[in-house]
Ligand binder design. Structure first.
Ligand code: GLC
Length: 787
């Protein structure tokens, strides 16, 4: 109660931290081969090493039994059969694959991973694996002075997480998100460490409360779980991109979203009636501001009952959805997990009759208070309940709805603990466990139930799902927004490292509430935020009840014109962004990237939290303070061209860049290219422009991906993949392209042209081996081609 007064630091509140009470697993007594690995029978516990892939090793410890190898639903990869060489001496076992060497010393059990040429990747010292009688498990690793830490999913604070501790326990936090506010809504017990340009990763596959500590000690870090197994994967790297590939091999990659989901989204808690929604859509149309999605927050429902509409406020939802669809706008309603306790309400009746709700061991349904008042919570750990919930979404798909917004799915409950009673039992497909043991899975499994249900209901169309809570693997089902931020400049600043670390944690499709959710925004903040939002993978303006309305026109024409321009820019950049979404789908790589991901050997990039990259060649350094029009920008090696002015900046150093309110500092690396469409309005585009930033040296490869943007036909190869390469020499720039689509698929673009920026006087342009004269335009030389 008094925790926001000085009582919080009352001496009685701060007991000394317990330490040293973990029991070590002890000495290896014998070793057995089984399940694609080795089990080490130790004095106090048994540990199993499994070679999941030649560059991924899994370690499982269960202090009571031979470790069971069951994984959480986060893990989707199958165990591969890996060729290993095993060498054993009295003191040590060495297991070698073609990508890594595992070294286990026996007295006591200590585990290290090395490169085949003997470089240490991960190692343990005085302490290794331990546990407590109460079920806690822990693992310590050595930390070198140069180690940097990234990932951990959705965390506030700066980019590099060294010197921090983080807890994973999905929590609804409305209180301002400060650098110390932890945990938040998502739990992704995974990180990547970078040591002098070489990276490795660890994923701790435990859905109970887990804690990572890179703060308490100088030479050691640890991760521990409140209950369950110690079950973790080491990803051997070697670059940070390899680690992401390895981590997303285990936990999966995002499906391609429907194209409309990467356009501009407008939301508010709430647009409260059909009339208001129609007026909103009209204003966008009148003002010529492109818009793909309008959200319906909790007011659309009949007293917050999910799968209903309030008949007075929304008398004809089907017509509303249809009419907006004709204007090219989709409606995405919010769906929370709490089902109102009401014996006359179908969802509640079905849930009770068919045993879909979470219950206590003794058989009583667990009830908690959320928006609808007393509510029951579906037990998404049971596949039967997932199917039921998915089918319930026919209510929405029958109205023509293709996207859903999941909120309050930590699950949030309005009580002191903020969540469900931890003693509630989950059915867990026949392996019952308490909520304490499975808490962090609730949002992920609600997402799975919703996404898969929508996919079934939509018959071949791609659904879109937005979620607040999740766990490792959430990228397979949903886009993640970062919850209830505030309209503070500090929260704009914080959203960059937050989204970048989510991206490094496998969640590419992410963004904050643009403009800030709580508190009142203002014209300048909203404008600067919209400029950034135009380049974050997920782009939604959302604000809270009782705050100033913050649609792009609310603060006057000066701001509106700039925001409109940046929302249009988003649409011009869609071919580039969509190709990057495809890279996230195939390789797991984020769209919004910290500079260290592209330049892992450049130590100056390691802590940069106020700049980011889009793909491998676009650098963005937003202005994130009021009335500021100049800022320092660090440019990595190479030359960088100001997207708007064409000014060239020499890389490897910091420059002062000027940017009035109408300008987002945006730079393209010289010698590379970006794909754009000149059409500024909608996600359906007909022209492809490939902007080449000419150089006098070097080469660059990339690809432009496209497909129908709305069906799942891309799974069977109905897509265009245009592989491009550029070779720059003093007097020549040679471009080549090849359409690598495997299947006959009508190409989406009627026209395609290369636009060459910054050609030097006598530079010749060659495309697919033919000399081109092209046509000179304001932007540069334009060469039209047919793909
Ligand atoms: C939560 C969500 C917010 C939403 C509100 C009402 O606070 O985080 O986005 O608008 O609930 O549904």
């Amino acid at each position: 109660m008094l925790e926001d007064t000085s009582f919080a630091i009352h001496p009685g509140q701060n007991q000394a931290m317990e330490n040293g009470s973990y029991r070590d697993v002890g000495t290896v007594k014998s070793i057995q081969k089984r399940d694609g690995g080795l089990t080490f029978i130790c004095d106090e516990a048994d540990i199993h090493l499994q070679f999941y892939r030649s560059d991924i090793v899994r370690v499982v410890m269960n202090q009571r039994d031979i470790p069971d190898l069951e994984s959480t639903p986060a893990v989707v990869a199958a165990l591969e059969s890996v060729n290993v060489d095993i060498e054993e001496t009295d003191s040590r076992v060495l297991v070698t694959t073609n990508r890594l060497v595992v070294s286990v010393s026996k007295q006591p059990f200590r585990f290290s991973v090395l490169t085949p040429d003997g470089q240490v990747i991960v190692s343990e010292g005085d302490r290794g694996i331990g546990f407590k009688e109460n079920g806690e498990v822990i693992c310590y690793k050595k930390m070198e002075p140069e180690d940097r830490f990234y990932g951990f999913g959705e965390k506030s604070g700066f980019l590099d997480k060294r010197g921090e501790t983080y807890t994973m326990w999905n929590t609804d936090v409305y209180a301002p998100h400060n650098p110390e506010t932890d945990p938040l809504y998502q739990s992704i017990p995974y990180f990547m460490a970078l040591r002098n340009g070489r990276a490795y990763g660890i994923y701790f596959d435990n859905p109970s409360k887990t804690t990572f500590d890179m703060k308490t000690e100088q030479e050691v870090y640890s991760f521990k779980g409140d209950s369950g197994k110690l079950d973790y994967y080491v990803f051997a790297g070697e670059g940070p991109k390899d680690v992401i590939e390895q981590y997303t091999h285990i936990t999966g990659r995002m499906p391609l979203p429907p194209k409309w989901a990467i356009g501009y989204h407008q939301s508010r808690y709430s647009y409260e009636s059909e009339e208001e929604v129609r007026a909103l859509a009209n204003t966008f149309k009148e003002k010529g501001i492109p818009l793909d999605v309008i959200y319906l927050d909790i007011h659309y429902m009949d007293e917050y009952r999910v799968f209903t509409f309030d008949k007075d406020r929304f008398p004809n939802p089907k017509k509303l959805v249809q009419d907006l669809r004709e204007e090219g706008i989709r409606v995405v309603p919010i769906v929370d997990p709490g089902v109102k306790k009401d014996p006359e309400y179908l969802a509640y009746q079905e849930g009770v009759r068919n045993d879909h709700f979470c219950k206590y061991l003794e058989g009583d349904i667990y009830f908690g208070d959320v928006w609808p008042g007393t509510s029951a919570f579906p037990d998404f750990t049971d596949e039967r309940t997932q199917k039921w919930w998915g089918k319930m979404h026919e209510f929405y798909t029958d109205l023509g709805i293709e996207g859903i917004w999941n909120d309050m799915n930590e699950p949030a409950v309005f009580n002191e603990t903020k969540t469900m009673d931890t003693s509630v039992i989950h059915k867990n497909d026949g392996d019952p466990k308490t909520h304490r043991q499975l808490h962090n899975l609730y949002g992920l499994l609600m997402g799975k139930a919703t996404y898969e249900g929508m996919e079934r209901n939509l018959n071949g169309k791609r659904p879109f799902l937005l979620t607040r809570a999740g766990f490792a693997g959430v990228q397979r089902f949903a886009s993640v927004w970062t919850g209830d931020n505030r309209s503070f400049w500090e929260h704009l600043q914080m959203s960059l490292p937050m989204c970048m670390n989510l991206g490094l944690s496998g969640v590419a499709f992410t963004g904050p509430d643009v403009g800030g959710f709580a508190h009142d925004t203002n014209g300048e903040l909203l404008t600067r935020w919209t400029q950034v939002g135009a380049f974050t993978p997920y782009f939604r303006n959302h604000s809270a009840i009782g705050t100033l309305y913050q649609e792009p026109w609310q603060f006057g024409e000066k701001y509106e014109a700039i925001m409109k321009r940046y929302i249009e820019l988003r649409y011009e950049w869609l071919p580039q962004l969509y190709s990057l979404f495809h890279e996230a789908h195939t390789k797991g790589l984020p769209i919004m990237r910290p500079l260290m991901l592209e330049y892992p050997r450049d130590a100056k990039t390691y802590a940069i939290h106020d700049q980011f990259m889009i793909g491998d060649n676009t650098l963005i350094a937003p202005i994130m303070q009021p009335e500021v029009t100049d800022r320092a920008v660090y440019f990595p090696e190479g030359e960088w061209i100001d997207y708007f002015s064409g000014k060239v900046y020499e890389g490897g150093t910091t420059h002062l860049v000027h940017a009035e309110l109408d300008t987002l500092p945006l730079f393209i690396k010289r010698g590379t290219l970006i794909a754009q469409s000149p059409i500024r309005t909608k996600t359906e585009q007909k022209e492809l422009e490939l902007h080449v930033y000419a150089h006098t040296k070097g080469s660059y490869n990339s690809s432009v991906y496209d497909d129908d943007g709305e069906t799942t036909n891309y799974y069977s190869g109905e897509a265009m993949k245009l592989n491009l390469s550029i070779q720059c020499k003093d007097h020549q720039i040679a471009i080549s392209y090849r359409n690598d689509n495997e299947m006959e698929w009508p190409l989406p673009y009627k026209k395609c042209s290369f636009i060459l920026h910054g050609l030097v006087d006598d530079q010749q342009v060659w495309v697919n081996g033919e000399r081109q004269s092209g046509v000179w335009t304001e932007q540069g030389l334009k060469v039209e081609v047919t793909i």
